[in-house]
Design a protein around this ligand. Structure first.
Ligand SMILES: [Fe+2]
Length: 475
């Protein structure tokens, strides 16, 4: 009879409890060491490999007890026992087998939990499938495996593993398995059941392909979602008789996860496509919008050659002021569009007035002053530029209410219009005009500093001066 102490049981339990980092094999090795040390029993866990020991063998010299779960199947065997085993020893060994089985169940739950977690945490479907194949490698003796998506009776591999060593990875990557060409696929689709080929040499319908000639045994399991086959998980081996019915059982536990993932993958792919299309449309819309803006902007300037580039320069200065004021990117883009179009109303002013080489008469001046209102009316009609119109309308309003067309004051004027007003006056003063040469930058600075808080928003003026001093605006 063996001397089994409680300490010994506790020691084994402790190893099983603290198994977080150790692998399953390490745990069994540790238990085996204690058994050898205390009981002189040489114990090993052997893979069942498809064999089933319903009862096990227990005699007074040796024992083997099957331990099986969904994932793991092992035999607890003891050889070289120095002492005869009595009923109590056998009882102890059965309890030990139960403990290991309990431990395996926990391990199994952890694997399932990990897989589920992977499923939730991984958005990339390929990454998830690769991980599933990697985890299954520990419990299914495959040499290569793949997960394929079924669409229109054709199987295409989303994920695969182990084909590099047969130099078949590139082949698998681009391979499409059509139902009418492969009896194996047809069989799985027809029966909706797993297909196990123990030896491809004995399988009369095996399709010979040089790149897969090394496959000797094969297991194909349909991935069913609802009542539809959405994909197939397959395992290959370069040896015959590798897989068993038990392997099907093991894979069955991950089929729901695979099915759900495939369904999600399809959904995800179609969503991604939809999104990509949306982005492309938006991009082309944006670029065509810019084209329209540029053409419209240039159009005004072709009628007023002295102001060529004026709106672009105003846009550049306005954006720098806006950026210095820490306005968000989207608003800076908006300011740029407003500035590029701020004088679009000049298109309606006779070019003789626009290009008049002398100062304008009061009547001519009032005609020119209508350009902000005309600009507003033009832009208002264009849906996508609707928001730009009010800013253009206000770009000649002044801080103290002395501007036109409405005589708005301070905050009543949009910030965009207040920024453009400062950029506009500085750019206009430092540029050549038909009636005067370009003025030095100092004059423009003096003008906006003198009229700061009178005609121009003091904060905008200060920001402009600050940007100028820091070299952010150059003339
Ligand atoms: Fe203007």
């Amino acid at each position: 009879m063996l001397k089994v102490s409680m300490e010994f049981i506790y020691e084994i339990l402790e190893i099983m409890e603290n198994n977080e980092k150790e692998s399953f094999e390490d745990i069994i090795e540790s238990i085996s060491k204690i058994l050898k040390r205390d009981l002189k029993i040489h114990i090993s866990l052997e893979k069942l490999n498809g064999l089933t020991y319903e009862e096990g063998i227990i005699s007074d010299k040796k024992f083997s007890i099957p331990i099986g779960t969904t994932y793991f199947s092992f035999i607890l065997t003891g050889v070289g026992i120095e002492k005869d085993l009595d009923d109590k020893d056998i009882e102890f060994l059965r309890i030990l087998a139960l403990l290991i089985k309990g431990y395996l169940k926990k391990k199994e739950a952890k694997i399932l939990k990990d897989l589920t977690f992977s499923f939730i945490s991984k958005r990339n479907i390929n990454e998830l499938f690769e991980e599933i194949l990697k985890k299954l490698e520990k419990i299914i003796p495959y040499t290569s495996a793949n997960i394929g998506l079924l669409e229109n009776d054709t199987l295409q591999y989303l994920s695969f593993r182990g084909y590099e060593k047969y130099k078949a990875d590139e082949f698998i990557n681009s391979f499409k398995m059509k139902r009418e060409e492969f009896y194996t696929l047809d069989t799985v689709l027809r029966t909706k059941k797993p297909l196990l080929i123990e030896d491809t040499k004995d399988y009369p319908f095996w399709v010979f392909i040089p790149q897969t000639a090394w496959i000797r045994s094969l297991l194909m399991i349909p991935i069913i979602y609802g009542d539809k086959i959405t994909g197939i998980i397959s395992f290959d081996s370069d040896k015959a008789y590798t897989f068993s019915e038990r392997d099907i059982e093991k894979v069955n536990s991950v089929i729901p996860i695979l099915a759900l993932s495939l369904e999600n993958a399809k959904l995800y792919e179609s969503l991604k496509k939809e999104l990509e299309e949306k982005i492309i449309i938006e991009k082309s819309l944006k670029s065509s919008l810019y084209q329209v803006i540029r053409i419209a902007s240039d159009l005004v300037e072709t009628r007023d050659p002295y102001t060529v580039g004026h709106q672009k320069k105003v846009a550049r200065i306005s954006v720098i002021i806006g950026r210095e004021m820490k306005l968000p990117q989207e608003r800076l883009r908006f300011i740029a569009i407003c500035a590029l179009l701020h004088d679009i109303g000049k298109i309606a002013i006779p070019s003789e007035i626009m290009n008049k080489p002398s100062f304008l008469t009061p009547l001519e001046r009032s005609l020119v002053n209508t350009h902000s209102e005309i600009g507003y009316k033009i832009l208002k009609k264009i849906n996508i530029l609707g928001e730009v119109a009010p800013v253009v309308y206000q770009h000649h309003e002044r801080w103290n209410g002395s501007g036109y067309p409405l005589g708005l004051k301070g905050d009543e004027i949009f910030l965009e219009a207040r920024i453009i007003a400062v950029a506009d006056v500085v750019e206009a003063m430092t540029s050549h005009r038909p009636y005067r040469p370009a003025l030095p930058l100092e004059s423009a600075i003096k003008e906006i500093l003198d009229k700061k808080g009178v005609l121009y928003d003091p904060l905008v003026v200060d920001t402009f001066i600050h940007a100028l001093e820091n070299g952010k605006i150059r003339f």
